[in-house]
Design a protein around this ligand. Structure first.
Ligand code: HEM
Length: 536
């Protein structure tokens, strides 16, 4: 039917439909039965055993016993807020995605920031990558931009993700350490995966100890596609630019804060919003054609590479404001389900082999984390636009679908949605070559060091010193000497001064550089000042 008038949509992002306020109400059981005494269980006599028939006690305890759900397998610790995205201009020549349809258009969002490795109760200021996940509740369905605060990733292929996470989570025999790095298994794995070198440079830089969740950049990481109404498409990289600037802690501060207030980032975000000091980010795009991409000295399907801003400048297209804290941490922050498969007409995937694996992973894990296939009905996950299909039943189904027809084609009508109507995904014109099935990688994926060097050379002198200090600290915690040497041999491919300083700190000689995985002539990039925090 017709969409409800503005402000009356039961799920317009405010979640008014499901808010409960019990202030001043009488206490009841889950069945609505009044509870007169919430202090004492029912006993056979004042000093007698508790009676089995005390359904009030049993209901209260039983529900409590089941309060916990599994934490996320990664990004378990997070903090979130509501807000909106406002487009600066009509981008329809580039994309038909609803949030960019006209200047000034507002789309509700819910954003969750997270650390990757720590458990749900872990400390906020650990050295780690931060998740930056944005759910846009658009009028053509939910679009999730599930990004990080670092623009590249450790690995190039989803096949390696479980290995990476097994290496970076606390070691399985003793559950130590809580932090992302500083242990044997993390450095063992990464020192055997030279493709992680670029990401390691970022992870050892000040970027991995942000001052505030309000002061981090966000990145979609992968190359995506924008598609316009005619099916024309360009590649795109997404960037969030904090209006408060990008700021970090220094390591000494991060450690002290961690001891004094392990909720430092969560508290900071909450208090800023309560005080009306709303965090804001601008959304910027790097768009480029397939022909341009073919000329780049790296492969745009490789998530360990950035597209330097010197090559493709950023275009700012809108602004996001976070202006409302959640009412309930569990209902919203914990139960929100972001998914890279949640795209809307106008946005599309590329063949990035890391992205392709993610498209599968999120919904799969959420089926177990959120208890079955109906978690899209949980209020924080439900779209704000009308949603109709022939899916039925399953654990915890809330919707009461009417009518007897839940299949297509049918000749009976009533109750069944039909596929005609609004234009959905247009077919996308792509030129990417179709080849034989293969388990392998494009040759340019094997250049693991050029952009690690680009990052190093783009840092100011004190930022470089912080990176040296971080490698020294982290590798000094590694108990197996061979792992330290292997990591030094990777650093020897990045920069002489870097490897010498780290080796000296560890009391080791500089080993020969690790053999390169490619014989291709490697690009040498001019330093990119935009990669330094000083430019942000
Ligand atoms: C969370 C898988 C790579 C960003 C998760 C979760 C899984 C997962 C299973 C937990 C989801 C949940 O329980 O709701 C994967 C796989 C990857 C991958 C298989 C590679 C193949 C990445 C990359 C990024 C990223 C490259 C950044 C661009 C995030 C974020 C979250 C997350 C931000 C937390 C979402 C939230 O706040 O709820 N990932 N991930 N992941 N992932 Fe990934």
């Amino acid at each position: 039917g017709a969409p409800p008038p503005p402000g009356t949509n039961p799920n317009d992002g405010s979640l008014e439909r499901v808010r409960a306020d019990s202030a001043g109400q009488r206490l009841t059981t889950n069945q609505g039965v009044p509870v007169a005494d919430n202090q004492n269980s029912l006993k056979s006599s004042v000093r007698g055993p508790t009676l089995m028939e005390d359904f009030i006690l049993r209901e209260k305890i039983t529900h409590f016993d089941h309060e916990r759900i599994p934490e996320r397998v990664v990004h378990a610790r997070g903090s979130a807020a509501h807000g909106y995205f406002e487009a600066y201009e009509d981008l329809s020549s580039l994309t038909r995605a609803a949030p960019f349809a006209q200047a000034g258009k507002r789309t509700p969002v819910f954003v969750r920031f997270s650390t990757v490795a720590g458990e749900r109760g872990s400390t906020d200021t650990a050295r780690d990558v931060r998740g930056f996940a944005v759910k846009f509740y658009t009028d053509e369905g939910n679009w999730d931009l599930v990004g990080n605060n670092i623009p590249v990733f450790f690995i190039q292929d989803a096949m390696k993700f479980p290995d990476l996470v097994h290496a970076l989570k606390p070691e399985p025999h003793n559950g130590i350490p809580q932090a992302a790095s500083a242990h044997d298994t993390f450095w063992d794995f990464t020192s055997l995966m030279p493709e992680s070198m670029h990401m390691l440079m970022w992870a050892m830089s000040d970027r991995a100890i942000p001052r505030s969740l309000r002061m981090m950049q966000g990145f979609g990481v992968h190359t995506f596609r924008l598609v316009n109404a005619d099916g024309g498409s360009v590649f795109v990289k997404f960037h969030w630019l904090p209006l408060a600037g990008t700021h970090s802690l220094v390591w000494d501060e991060a450690m002290k804060i961690s001891g004094a207030d392990s909720d430092f980032h969560r508290r900071d975000l909450w208090e800023a919003i309560e005080a009306g000091c709303y965090p804001q980010w601008e959304l910027a795009l790097q768009t480029f054609t397939e022909e341009q991409a073919a000329q780049f000295p790296f492969d745009v399907l490789d998530a360990t590479k950035i597209v330097p801003e010197e090559l493709v400048p950023l275009k700012v297209v809108g602004r996001m404001t976070l202006n409302r804290n959640p009412d309930n941490f569990f209902a919203e922050t914990e139960q929100v389900a972001f998914c890279t498969a949640h795209i809307i007409p106008g946005i599309d995937f590329t063949n990035d082999p890391l992205l392709q694996g993610r498209i599968h992973s999120y919904v799969d894990t959420q089926i177990s984390r959120l208890g079955g296939p109906n978690f899209h009905e949980i209020p924080i996950n439900a779209p704000v636009c009308p949603m109709h299909n022939n899916q039925r039943d399953g654990m915890h189904r809330q919707t009461i679908n009417r009518g007897k027809v839940a299949y297509e084609p049918n000749s009976l009508g009533g109750g069944c949605p039909h596929q005609a109507g609004m234009a959905g995904f247009t077919s996308v014109r792509v030129q990417e070559a179709q080849e034989d099935k293969v388990r392998g990688k494009p040759e340019l994926f094997a250049d693991h060091y050029s952009q690690a060097r680009l990052f190093w050379q783009s840092q100011t002198r004190h930022e470089q010193q912080h990176i040296i200090n971080a490698f020294r600290f982290e590798l000094s915690k590694v108990m197996v000497p061979g792992i330290r040497v292997r990591m030094l041999s990777m650093l020897a491919n990045v920069d002489d001064a870097l490897v010498s300083a780290v080796a000296a700190g560890l009391g080791l000689p500089v080993p020969p550089p690790q053999p390169l995985a490619t014989s291709l002539p490697l690009p040498s990039y001019p330093p990119s000042p935009a990669l330094s925090l000083m430019a942000r």
